[in-house]
Design a binder for this molecule. Structure first.
Ligand code: 9Z3
Length: 324
C-alpha cells in the first residue's frame, strides 16, 4: 500500500498485521469491567449452583463500523440487522447453552423480535389517571419478552456486550475468547456478525470531521483487517467449536466461497447464506457435506430453529470425540 507521501510501505506479515491492528486501536473503554463480567459469567456457568456445567456460546451479531474520523461523524458500515444473532441466541438458550451476545448497539435483541419498531411508544399508552399501561394488542408480546429476557439474565445465562466499531468488536472478541479458553471443547463461537474487511488505522485517522469543499475527491486509505478467524482458531481459543458465516448476493459463488473459508480458517462449519433468502434457507458446509436447512413455512418457524438443532448436535459429537 502507498503511504501518504507516495512511498511504498513494506508489506506486513500476517502476525505483524494483527499486532498493528491492536496496537493502532483506540484504548479499550471499560476493558477491566468487561473482563470481570466475563470471568463471573464463565465461572457461574462452569460450576452453577445445580452442579450441571453448561456449554457456553459466543454469538456475534450485527455489523461493525470502520470510523473515518477519530471524533467520528462518518464511518463505513456493514450490513446486518442483527436478526440472525438475536434469534439464534433464543434457540441456543432453549438448547441449554449459556450465551455471550456480542452485538452492535441498536441492532435486534433476543426476545424482542415480535415487538414493534418503537416499543416504548407503540406498546404503551397513558390512562385517564395519568398512569401507563400496556396496549391490549401488544400485551402478550411484551409479557413474553420481559419474562423470557429477565429469566435468562437473572439466571446468569445471557451476558450482553455491545460494540459499535471494528476496534471494539475485535477487542471484545479477543477478550471473550481468552476468557472462554478454560471451557475447552465446551465453548462455541457462532460468528454471525458482518465484520468490516477494511479499516483506517487509528494513528492515520484525522481527528476532526473531514471538511467538504476542499476537493472533489475524498482520499481515504483503508487497510485490510487481518482475518481474525484464523487467530481465534489458532491462538485465542484453539479447542472451541467454531462456526462462521459466509454472505454473498451471487448464489453461483456462495458455496465455493464457504468451502474456501472452511478450509482456510479451519472452521468446524461455515453457514452459507444469500442476502435475499437468508431468512428462508441456509447451507451448512462441514467437511465435504453440504446440508441445506430450510424454515418450515407451514408452522411459521424460524430457520434458526433447525439450524441451532443441527449445530448443537455437531457440537455434541465434537465434545464426544475427545473422550474416545
Ligand atoms: C451473515 O452472513 C448473517 O447471516 C447476516 C444476517 C449478516 C446475513 P441479519 O443480521 O443478517 O439477520 O440482517 N453474517 C456474516 C457476514 C460476513 O460478513 N461474513 C464474512 C464474509 O462473508 C466472513 S466473517 O466474508
Amino acid at each position: 500500500m502507498d503511504s501518504a507521501d507516495g512511498l511504498q510501505t513494506p508489506q506486513l506479515t500476517f502476525e505483524e498485521g494483527v499486532k498493528a491492528f491492536f496496537d493502532s486501536a483506540p484504548p479499550f473503554e471499560n476493558g477491566d469491567g468487561i473482563s470481570e463480567k466475563l470471568k463471573q459469567f464463565i465461572a457461574h456457568n462452569s460450576s452453577p449452583p445445580d452442579g450441571n456445567a453448561r456449554r457456553v456460546v459466543c454469538v456475534t451479531s450485527g455489523g461493525t463500523t470502520a470510523p473515518l474520523e477519530q471524533r467520528c461523524v462518518r464511518y463505513v458500515d456493514n450490513f446486518s440487522s442483527g436478526h440472525r444473532g438475536a434469534t439464534s441466541t433464543e434457540y441456543f438458550l432453549k438448547a441449554g447453552y449459556a450465551v455471550i451476545f456480542l452485538y452492535r448497539r441498536g441492532s435486534f435483541q433476543p426476545f424482542c423480535r415480535s415487538l414493534p419498531d418503537d416499543p416504548l411508544l407503540e406498546c404503551f399508552e397513558s390512562t385517564s389517571d395519568s398512569n401507563i399501561r400496556v396496549r391490549e394488542a401488544h400485551a402478550e408480546a411484551v409479557k413474553r419478552a420481559i419474562i423470557d429476557h429477565h429469566a435468562a439474565v437473572a439466571d446468569g445465562l445471557l451476558l450482553k456486550l455491545p460494540y459499535i466499531t471494528i476496534f471494539e468488536y475485535l477487542q471484545m472478541l479477543q477478550m471473550t475468547a481468552m476468557s472462554m479458553r478454560c471451557l475447552g471443547r465446551h465453548a462455541m463461537f457462532y460468528l454471525s456478525a458482518a465484520v468490516s474487511d477494511f479499516y483506517v488505522p487509528w494513528k492515520d485517522m484525522v481527528e476532526h470531521k473531514i471538511q467538504s469543499g476542499q476537493s472533489d475527491l475524498l482520499d481515504v486509505k483503508l487497510v485490510q483487517v487481518p482475518k481474525m478467524l484464523k487467530v481465534l482458531r489458532e491462538k485465542w481459543a484453539p479447542s472451541a467449536f467454531c462456526i462462521s458465516f459466509k454472505l454473498e448476493t451471487d448464489t453461483n459463488i456462495l458455496l465455493k466461497k464457504a468451502s474456501t473459508a472452511l478450509e482456510k480458517y479451519k472452521m468446524h462449519a461455515v453457514v452459507a447464506n444469500e442476502l435475499s433468502t437468508r431468512k428462508e434457507e441456509v447451507v451448512v458446509v462441514t467437511g465435504s457435506a453440504r446440508i441445506t436447512v430450510r424454515r418450515d413455512k407451514s408452522t411459521n418457524d424460524d430457520v434458526e430453529n433447525p439450524l441451532i438443532k443441527l449445530l448443537s448436535g455437531k457440537h455434541d459429537s465434537y465434545i464426544e470425540e475427545s473422550s474416545r
